[in-house]
Write a protein that binds this ligand. Sequence first.
Ligand SMILES: [Zn+2]
Length: 142
Amino acid sequence: MNVICSYCQQPAELVDGTVIYPDRPDLHHKRFWRCDPCEAHVGCHDPNPRFGYDGTQPLGRLANEGLRRAKNRAHAVFDPLWRSGRMTRVQAYAWLAKKLGIAVEACHIGEFDEARCLRVVQACRGVAEAIRIPQRTRARSR
Ligand SMILES: [Zn+2]
């Protein structure tokens, strides 16, 4: 597997969690693609023979600190839409893709840049209120 850094276009390095999160023993067995000069990384899908995943498939593009923060914010507002059970995950992504004007196949927060993550936050703001997602559900998800 070959992964290219989304910032410098150089090959990223496959490392384990001891490099990325030395203080988090619970994450040491996880694998990450890392670009040292760009201080960017991305996690990997857990191994899953059903999908042909061997534990090295990246979850999305490499992200630096700013983008990681933006993605976390986007997930924090978007995930409750389907986690709450008010819509299915498929429906939620279809809605988001329409809002962003992109194909649903391309609608993966892990692949978005900072500007698009911000648009997710804007799109979801108000919707959570409109479909009355309980406060507790919203606080629990990241
Ligand atoms: Zn890089």
